[in-house]
Design a protein around this ligand. Structure first.
Ligand SMILES: Cc1cc2nc3c(=O)[nH]c(=O)nc-3n(C[C@H](O)[C@H](O)[C@H](O)COP(=O)(O)OP(=O)(O)OC[C@H]3O[C@@H](n4cnc5c(N)ncnc54)[C@H](O)[C@@H]3O)c2cc1C
Length: 355
């Protein structure tokens, strides 16, 4: 069996790249364990301005329209909603934070993403916002599980999906051809998320994975109609059900939910949404974000084996970044178009492949 691209990993990265390559009539095979992954655990939040200092994501003017365009195309094809645009109320807890936001609000580069500061008296009094809040615009969330399920079904129907663990030792690289089990491939693209650390050809890349946990909860109270951000966030799924997260843990890199994680999330929620009394836990999930040390993606081909590629490193912002970079990567593979230098793994070559 021959394919143009063998793709390892059916998270958001492998799925969207696979989809774009299929659309170009490439023959692909996606190999995935079929187990839960970061993409399926993720809240799917898209938020152009993030962090304590409210910093605009690099290239957001390109990333955001590209992401919405691709998700809307997929919604049209699979006839179901995946991306929901929903404003986000960022609660302010100190005068420092409030001054920082005021500075941002005066900056014209931020006007598309931040509304004016809303005084405390005009905010839902059930929320803890001693210094008011600011409405973040062009925010929303991607329902990753239905999207990945639709794409998986599509790949299966196309004969392009194989559920199993990819054993690196079974890979044979000849000059122009890659052999794996009974398959021959012209190229292989690794999209294994944080498990890239086990990859014999790309584990030298400076990943910095971060575990995260998320709760899905139900309350008898009626929830606000916007998402709420207070460091931790609340995403209303309907009037009574919501998700809240997320924890950050660089030490225990596994997919196991913990009691400590649950407690931390419930305590944070009680601090910024004290009206949510005794919520019922519907689910607790954990996953590992494929973060990189310099917070930029890892895209490119292996310096010694040019038919081995990596498409990874989307950190905590996969929903926003992957559509744009998947298109750029497709063009790199099919038309030799240059990758953005900031995302190319060439920036790491010198440290590992001197000369
Ligand atoms: C708690 C949490 C919250 C998050 N919240 C958000 C958010 O709100 N917004 C946002 O944009 N991003 C969020 N993220 C980050 C987001 O999940 C990632 O950026 C993105 O999903 C990464 O996708 P990926 O395809 O690279 O990796 P993954 O989704 O991890 O997929 C990798 C796939 O490769 C497979 N694989 C690995 N090794 C092998 C092998 N040897 N053989 C076969 N298959 C293999 C795995 O099984 C997996 O299916 C969050 C992540 C976590 C953990």
């Amino acid at each position: 069996m021959e394919v143009d691209y063998l793709i390892v990993g059916q998270g958001l990265a492998g799925s969207l790249l696979g989809w774009l390559l299929l659309n170009e009539k490439c023959r692909i095979l996606i190999v995935d364990t079929g187990r839960s992954n970061a993409s399926r655990v993720a809240a799917g939040l898209i938020n152009p301005v993030t962090g304590m200092r409210l910093v605009k994501t690099d290239r957001v003017e390109t990333l955001l329209p590209d992401a919405i365009d691709l998700y809307q195309r997929l919604e049209g094809i699979f006839r179901q909603p995946f991306y929901r645009q929903l404003p986000m109320l960022r609660l302010l807890h100190s005068s420092d934070e409030s001054q920082q936001v005021q500075r941002r609000c005066r900056d014209s580069a931020y006007s598309a993403y931040l509304g004016p500061i809303i005084p405390r008296e005009q905010i839902d009094s059930r929320l803890t916002a001693p210094f008011g809040a600011v409405l973040q615009k062009q925010t929303g969330y991607l329902s990753t599980v239905p999207l990945l399920d639709c794409l998986k079904k599509y790949f299966i129907a196309d004969g392009s999906y194989l559920q199993c663990r990819f054993d690196y030792q079974q890979l044979h690289i000849d000059n122009q051809l890659i052999r794996w089990r009974q398959y021959r491939a012209k190229n292989i693209v690794f999209c294994e998320g944080y498990r890239c650390r086990d990859n014999p050809w790309f584990s030298w890349l400076p990943m910095q994975p971060v575990k995260g946990e998320i709760l899905t909860l139900e309350t008898e109270e009626t929830l606000p109609e916007t998402m709420i951000n207070s460091g931790n966030w609340l995403i209303p799924l309907d009037a009574h059900q919501f998700r809240t997260g997320a924890t950050f843990d660089r030490t225990r890199l596994d997919e196991l939910p913990t009691g400590a994680g649950r407690q931390q999330l419930l305590e944070a929620l009680a601090a910024f949404c004290p009206f949510v009394q005794k919520p019922r836990i519907i689910a607790q999930q954990a996953g590992v974000r494929p973060c990189t040390r310099d917070k930029k993606p890892f895209l490119g081909s292996h310096p010694q084996y040019p038919h081995l590629y990596i498409f990874n490193g989307f950190g905590a912002k996969g929903s926003l970044q992957i559509p744009y970079y998947a298109r750029r990567f497709r063009d790199f593979l099919l038309s030799a178009r240059l990758l953005p230098a900031s995302a190319s793994i060439q920036r790491c070559h010198a440290a590992h492949f001197p000369g």
